[in-house]
Design a protein around this ligand. Structure first.
Ligand code: A2P
Length: 278
């Protein structure tokens, strides 16, 4: 029952997926197995999460046909070196090896890196990976508007997805408008605001009570109804299931207006304009 969202390259992405940020490798096997059992078909990891091995094993042991799954990982483009075509291809192969897969559905540049512009060279290598079919789709993560514009201007290749921090109190209206204008899908990381204060917000609690749902479910529903792709993370089986049970109720216009009022520009993660991964 998970809708598929069209990408600008002709592929589609499930609108709800399962994220494994901050899940240790030895727990990722169990968490991803639970998610696949519940019905998730999209799994989001990254080289820097250190859990591609456990995640890949869970995917391969699930018995689910590879073509029914949507697997994402991300290039950790930190380190002092300047990134080249060769170093990108090497890291891509290493990720595939750790996952034990022979292609990815989506490969993302993890961060733009403040003060550096080698993400343009990286992006050209990504375009090549897409062309070869080893990454069905390519995109970026944590890119700001000016950085997206630069990629498009210099390469003519528009990212399929930009995966960025979005939650009701950090709704990113300008970036989302730019995405919409350029056919880039907004994928929300930390869609639940990392499970911190947001889920106790009285507005969300009131709406949750009204629908007989949890604040987390209302938050995920908001993402779906405003058009975001979401990848909530949990290592707790009942929450993994609960976060998937969001296709049998709908927020009404009043709910959406009330939730729109929560946007306080409350960023929880690093500011991409300042963040250098070292
Ligand atoms: P846990 O993994 O211990 O279950 P985000 O995806 O926004 O980063 O949020 C992830 C955080 O939110 C994790 O700490 C996770 O806890 C918690 N979380 C995930 N799903 C729910 C839920 N349905 N209700 C409450 N907290 C949740």
């Amino acid at each position: 029952p998970v809708p598929n969202v069209p990408l600008n390259d002709g592929n589609t992405v499930p609108q709800l997926g399962f994220g494994v940020w901050q899940v240790p490798d030895d727990e990722s096997y169990t968490a991803v197995t639970s998610a696949l059992t519940v019905g998730y078909r999209s799994i989001d990891t990254a080289a820097i999460y250190g859990n591609e091995v456990g995640t890949g094993r869970a995917i391969r042991h699930s018995g689910i046909a590879r073509e029914e799954l949507f697997v994402t990982t991300k290039l950790w483009n930190g380190a002092a070196e300047t990134w080249t075509r060769e170093s990108v291809l090497r890291e891509f192969d290493a990720s595939l090896d750790r996952l034990g897969l022979d292609y990815l559905d989506l490969y993302l540049i993890h961060w733009p890196r403040a003060m550096r512009e080698d993400y343009v060279a990286i992006w050209r290598a990504f375009a090549e990976l897409e062309e070869s079919g080893r990454a069905k789709s390519v995109g970026v993560s944590n890119f700001q508007l000016a950085q997206l514009q630069r990629l498009i201007d210099e390469t003519g290749v528009v990212p399929a997805i930009n995966q960025v921090e979005v939650h009701p109190d950090f709704a990113q209206p300008e970036l989302r408008a730019f995405h919409a204008e350029h056919g880039i899908v907004t994928e929300a990381w930390s869609p639940l605001g990392q499970g911190r204060g947001l889920l106790d917000d009285p507005v969300l609690s009131r709406i949750a009570l009204k629908h007989g749902r949890s604040a987390a479910q209302v938050t995920l529903r908001w993402h779906l109804q405003v058009g975001n792709v979401v990848i909530p993370k949990s290592v707790t089986p009942y929450r993994i299931r609960q976060n998937f049970e969001v296709f049998d109720f709908e927020l009404d216009a009043d709910d959406l207006v009330a939730i729109a009022g929560l946007d306080a520009g409350n960023r929880l993660g690093p500011d991409p304009d300042e963040f250098d991964m070292g």
